[in-house]
Design a protein around this ligand. Structure first.
Ligand SMILES: [Zn+2]
Length: 393
């Protein structure tokens, strides 16, 4: 049995507790959360820390296998179109380099207090190393392809990759890449597969204005790039990202909408009324890198949307730390409180990945991990730029 205390405990399922104590057993499972009503209790085998203690972070969107692209991409190129074409050319790397960078990324995630990750996979590169980590992973096996003639092959390849993933990690499922990168023919395969399961779906959504322009009337840089490559024909035009997800994604499956940088109020309303369990995942450091813009976060709060946090990959972000994303959001949107953003980074992410029975909050029977945040501003009740996070258990 161990007891952890700090100036404040943020249990997430309730108010912050001054001088609160989290009691865990030898397996790090929570057995009690004590509110000493402000007093500092001196208990046996208790560690008191200066700072605040929060549950382990859940990173709802990452691509571990792209870790070798750290600092290799140029963000002065044309938004998402520039990003997509650079990924295409830079993806090839040596096996040694790829495995080494994945290993480093896994230890960075652990150091930054991450306990669970929704991880997008296009290859087997990360499968074995992830199994050696104490972090929980859900592997989303991603499908994309605009050429109708390749639809069946793309789908079969993804199914075969999914089978490989399931051999090492039961928590793996098929997922579509984005609204602008899948032919109608391929969508039919994906849609049929997803509707047979209850698995969580993750889709890149509203990341760029080019996505809207491409789907509407084939204008914009993304459309031009695809045209140059001869691959813009397999998807109906005069449509919108919402019409695509409405048409092809089963509404009962929990769905993670990733990025949402250009999503407007009507779109939030439409998604929330159509889908049974939608989560809007924010990846601020990646959004700033690719588009130099953040989603209109207050809009999502006004509409009562469920928000979670991701980092995206080292290709578009210099950090895989969820805490760094919290700092960006609090700095850019002073209206937000740490208490609510911390909820997005913990319990909401756990709900999004369907693992809230174990992760996301300090509740008896859970094993959420404990993170200590130091240099906390107790006057404003929020972390500062110089705050640091450290995993306690
Ligand atoms: Zn992504």
């Amino acid at each position: 049995m161990k007891r952890f205390s700090a100036n404040y405990i943020f249990p997430v399922n309730g108010h912050p507790i001054k001088n609160g104590i989290v009691v865990v057993n030898d397996n790090n499972i929570i057995v009690d959360v004590i509110d000493p009503k402000g007093d500092v209790l001196e208990l046996e085998s208790m560690e008191f820390h200066n700072g605040v203690i929060v549950p382990g972070f859940v990173n709802a969107h990452c691509h571990i296998e792209l870790s070798h692209l750290k600092k290799k991409l140029d963000n002065s190129a044309e938004g998402i179109a520039g990003f997509v074409s650079q990924i295409r050319t830079l993806r090839a790397s040596t096996e040694f380099e790829i495995q080494k960078s994945i290993k480093q990324a896994l230890s960075a995630l652990d150091d930054n207090g991450t306990v669970a990750v929704g991880d997008i996979c296009n290859t087997t590169d990360s499968f074995l190393l992830k199994q050696t980590s104490k972090i929980y992973f859900h592997s989303f096996i991603e499908v994309f392809g605009l050429l109708p003639s390749e639809a069946e092959l793309r789908y079969q390849n993804a199914k075969s990759l999914l089978n490989d993933a399931l051999l090492v990690n039961k928590s793996s499922s098929l997922t579509p890449h984005a609204t602008y990168s899948i032919s109608d023919k391929l969508w039919n395969f994906i849609s049929n597969e997803l509707s047979k399961t209850e698995s969580t779906v993750s889709i890149h959504y509203g990341e760029s204005m080019q996505e809207y322009a491409f789907l509407k009337d084939r204008t914009g840089v993304l459309a031009e790039n695809f045209k140059d490559l001869g691959i813009a024909d397999g998807i109906a035009s005069n449509t919108t990202p919402f019409e695509i997800v409405k048409k092809y994604l089963p509404k009962q499956n929990p769905t993670l909408f990733i990025h949402n940088t250009f999503v407007q109020r009507d779109e939030i309303k439409s998604i929330m009324s159509h889908f049974k369990s939608p989560f809007f995942v924010l990846c601020p450091s990646s959004n700033l890198f690719i588009e130099g813009k953040l989603p209109n976060v207050p809009l999502f709060i006004e509409e009562g949307a469920c928000l979670a946090i991701g980092t995206d990959s080292f290709a578009s972000s210099n950090t895989l730390s969820v805490f760094d994303q919290i700092l960006i959001l609090l700095e850019r949107f002073p209206i937000l409180t740490f208490n609510e953003v911390n909820r997005w980074a913990t319990l909401n992410g756990a709900k999004a990945l369907n693992i809230e029975s174990v992760f996301g909050s300090f509740e008896k029977g859970k094993k959420p991990g404990l993170n200590l945040i130091t240099n906390f501003d107790f006057g404003q009740m929020r972390p500062m730029a110089q705050s640091r996070v450290k995993r306690l258990i």
